[in-house]
Design a protein around this ligand. Structure first.
Ligand SMILES: Cc1cc2nc3c(=O)[nH]c(=O)nc-3n(C[C@H](O)[C@H](O)[C@H](O)COP(=O)(O)O)c2cc1C
Ligand code: SF4
Length: 482
């Protein structure tokens, strides 16, 4: 049966501010969008921020995005350098981590994920330098640029050796997700002793990151990877599971260790501030909640697993504050089991399901959850995510949410893969490059799911010309016909 296309109006068809806001109204969404976006040094998006003693020159942040394009021993390649160079020329002044970098081999999400260790350190230092040089060449200074490194262990979603072979190190059992990864018993669960060793790996990685000039490390707690799964580890026994205190022990131990082992390494946390049940394709391939899903395992989810309850995430923010962590990047859910909330898209990845809601609902959900946390913790500096689906209306919404204090910095993911210089264009009032606007075709997700490097195949000439593009077309065609 052919895949039905989304029936929601496309953003590109909402050509005026009135049309866009009318659609928001029709959906009952509370999302501000400025009709006029200011440029120049006094504009709201050009306003700098001070965070944790560091200066950030404007309100745009580049979110971490890996490309599945490192060497098998975890070093960056030319493709990785190209992506980081694009981050550098974007004009954004905050780099939230570049991309997920594993702290040890068994925690890699794919065999081409970057890996931080002594052997790879100088090549990761070169990668950072590529970004800095590109930024300096275009904007003269890097004094107001803040660059961090995202540290990860992929836990349940680890595939360190073969792209088609999950080697999960899950924090706890989860029937809906275990089924997908072939987990049949407790033998693959990560043990308390292994977690204690892993804490040391994060600390060691932070020391190395400081040595090569990164200003902060992100101790990743999002998207279903290990740190995030531990937050929902209510069924896990032992000292890392059960109570809130136990579920956050991993983070607390890492923070304590990094503070004592580094000179002055700052720490940030990217966290899925809410989660939903896993989704599966239902009738007509439209996403429906997995019948095996357990709402108790959705951190920040409500009692049905289909709505938000920020009480625990609020408690988590309090904990971060008490640990002296000021930088938080909010995201939600997981690209593996509920991508429509995490990465709203009109065209889902080919192995996924059709969006069960207008993607604008997902965008607004993330923005409003972030705003609620900002209201609860006004002194913390929050970077938001999930704005790309706004497409041509991204700058108007970005300016409005920053102006209204709903978020401190607007994180950009997919949009900078297709349109890297968007922040600079907005800040300097250049013409909007409509042809570069990400239309959420999801090829940057579909490609790696099928063993190819990630990139914007539809819009970036460099990827358009690569041989993988034909392969991708065939995969998408086959999926549409199945
Ligand atoms: C190709 C790709 C790779 C990603 N890699 C990472 C990653 O390494 N670490 C991470 O925290 N998020 C990662 N993400 C999620 C993005 O940072 C971001 O949260 C998501 O794309 C939603 O933001 P957007 O709407 O601006 O795209 C990735 C997203 C994409 C599309
Ligand atoms: S492949 Fe390009 S257009 Fe498609 S979602 Fe990714 S960045 Fe956007």
């Amino acid at each position: 049966m052919p895949t039905p296309m989304s029936t929601y109006p496309r953003i590109a068809a909402l050509k005026t501010h009135d049309a866009f806001t009318a659609r928001l109204l029709e959906l009952g969404l509370d999302l501000p969008c400025d009709a006029d976006v200011a440029s120049g040094p006094d504009s709201p998006l050009a306003d700098g921020i001070e965070v944790d003693g560091l200066t950030v020159g404007n309100r745009f942040c580049i979110l971490p995005m890996e490309g599945w394009d490192g060497t098998t021993d975890g070093k960056p390649t030319d493709l990785t350098h190209r992506r980081w160079k694009n981050f550098g020329i974007s004009g954004a002044k905050w780099m939230w981590g570049g991309e997920a970098v594993a702290v040890r081999h068994d925690g890699r999400a794919n065999p081409n994920q970057l890996l931080i260790n002594e052997d790879n350190l100088s090549s990761i230092a070169d990668l950072r330098q590529t970004l800095l040089d590109a930024h300096a060449e275009r904007f003269d200074t890097t004094d107001d640029l803040l660059v961090g490194l995202q540290l990860t262990h992929s836990g349940r979603f680890a595939r360190p050796n073969r792209k088609d072979q999950p080697e999960p190190r899950a924090a706890q059992r989860n029937p809906a997700l275990d089924r997908r990864l072939g987990i049949k018993d407790d033998s693959g669960l990560i043990t308390d002793d292994e977690l204690a060793t892993l804490v040391d790996d994060f600390i060691r990685a932070s020391v190395m990151a400081e040595k090569i000039g990164f200003q902060f490390v992100d101790v990743k707690h999002c998207h279903g990877y290990l740190g995030h799964e531990l937050l929902s580890g209510v069924d896990r026994s032992g000292k890392y599971g059960g109570s809130f205190e136990n579920r956050t022990r991993f983070l607390r131990d890492i923070v304590q260790g990094v503070r004592s082992a580094t000179r002055n390494m700052k720490i940030g946390v990217r966290v899925s501030v809410f989660d939903f049940l896993p989704y599966v394709p239902g009738d007509d391939r439209i996403g429906v909640p997995d019948a095996d899903g357990d709402p108790r395992l959705a951190f920040g989810g409500d009692e049905n697993g289909l709505g938000i309850d920020l009480s625990q995430p609020g408690q988590f923010m309090e904990l971060l504050q008490s640990l002296g962590i000021e930088m938080v990047c909010t995201t939600c859910g997981s690209p593996y089991y509920n991508p429509h909330i995490q990465r709203p898209a009109y065209f889902p990845p080919s192995d996924g399901y059709q969006p069960p809601e207008d993607p604008l609902v997902g965008v607004t959900r993330q923005i409003q959850a972030t705003a609620a946390l900002k209201r609860m913790h006004p002194s913390m500096t929050l970077v938001g995510s999930g704005y790309t689906y706004l497409q041509d209306w991204l700058p108007g919404v970005a300016q409005a949410v920053v102006r209204q204090g709903m978020v401190d910095s607007v994180g950009l993911g997919r949009m900078v893969l297709s349109y890297p210089e968007l922040p600079d264009d907005v800040l300097t009032g250049q013409a909007w490059q409509r042809k570069k606007v990400c239309r959420t075709f999801s090829d940057c997700t579909t490609a790696p799911r099928n063993g190819m490097v990630s990139g914007c195949y539809p819009l970036d000439r460099f990827y358009k010309d690569r041989p993988e593009r034909d392969q991708l077309k065939q995969i998408k065609q086959a999926s549409a016909e199945s």
